[in-house]
Design a protein around this ligand. Structure first.
Ligand code: CP
Ligand code: NVA
Length: 312
């Protein structure tokens, strides 16, 4: 690849036009291959011969499987490195790992804790680096989430999305997307669990209306989409105090009843049914969480194509 690699560390690296192109391409590719065996390549196999390294310093099911299947469908292949079984887990530097992998593969996806590590990876890699989740953000998830919302008939401009619970990495990427794609976000968290103000400002600077509230009811009222996530993210302390603070923010039938009658429920998964979401909501017709999970494949394909300069 010539020139600077196209890294996807956060949604802003791509920008609004590329985000729109990613969603639109995902819709087209998904439709074009409907009914095909899941591991069969798309007709154009645009990433034939390309190799993606998936590097994990944290657990994953969806991100790992969706990137693998996405690469197969684009005609490429993946290899997986777990921190515990690679030299990364024995202290080899991110910088050296980036330089070695850049000689051997065509792109790197990293799931890690400290966001500074993925920035370090991107600084030293000469191939695209993709954020597969850090403590700060989870941009790939949000491409799939927006694709899901659109597939279910909702336009993004003016959409009222409500977030409940912890002001975490997934919410940060929701907020970044809101500024880019012009939808509004109500953030209902207990005091002290608000998102990083930097992401709230980013959303507002992009023209999104962001409401911060400590009332779940205020968040839910007339919302189009209700979203939550685990109360305790990977790497966080599982504190009783935090769980107690989160309890009023469970997305349950009562909260869904305050939203629009055709509101959708989203969750990036894995879910803790009975904690951040009631079983009734999780299993309801309004819950589109398994469409959302499947859409990780289609979203990842778009992210990969963008990184390889084949989109928008
Ligand atoms: N939503 C998500 O990223 O799931 P995994 O942790 O299973 O990859
Ligand atoms: N906020 C969660 C998302 C998991 C996909 C975590 O970081 O553990």
């Amino acid at each position: 690849m010539s020139g600077s690699p196209l890294h996807f560390l956060d949604l802003g690296d791509a920008g609004a036009n590329a985000m729109a192109a990613m969603i639109s391409d995902a819709i087209d590719r998904k439709a074009a291959r409907a009914g095909s065996p899941k591991g069969e390549a798309d007709n154009d196999a645009p990433l034939a011969g390309r190799v993606l390294a998936l590097v994990f310093e944290k657990n994953s099911t969806r991100t790992r499987v969706s990137f693998d299947i996405a690469m197969r469908q684009l005609g490429g292949t993946v290899l997986i490195l777990e921190a515990g079984s690679s030299q990364l887990g024995r202290g080899e530097s991110i910088a050296d790992t980036a330089r070695v992998l850049s000689r051997m593969v065509d792109a790197i996806m990293l799931r890690t804790d400290d966001h500074a590590k993925i920035e370090e990876m991107a600084r030293h890699a000469t191939v695209p680096v993709i954020n597969g989740l850090t403590d700060r953000s989870h941009p790939c998830q949000i491409v799939a989430d927006l694709l899901t919302v659109i597939e279910h008939g909702k336009a993004l401009p003016g959409l009222e999305l409500a977030w409940f619970g912890d002001g975490n990495n997934v919410l940060h990427s929701v907020l970044e997307a809101a500024g880019l794609m012009k939808f509004n976000v109500r953030v209902a968290t207990p005091p002290g669990f608000e998102p990083d103000p930097e992401f709230v400002e980013l959303a507002r600077a992009g023209g999104a209306r962001v409401t911060l509230t400590n009332s779940a009811k205020e968040g839910a009222s007339d919302a189009d989409v209700l979203v939550t996530d685990t109360w305790i993210s990977m790497g966080q302390d599982d504190a009783d105090e935090k769980r107690r603070a989160m309890e009023p923010f469970q997305v349950n039938e009562s909260l869904m009843g305050m939203a629009k009658s055709n509101a959708l429920f989203l969750h990036c998964l894995p879910a803790h049914v009975g904690e951040e979401v009631s079983e009734g909501v999780f299993e309801s017709a309004q819950s589109v969480v398994f469409d959302e999970a499947e859409n990780r494949i289609h979203a990842q394909k778009s992210v990969l194509l963008w990184c390889f300069g084949k989109l928008g």
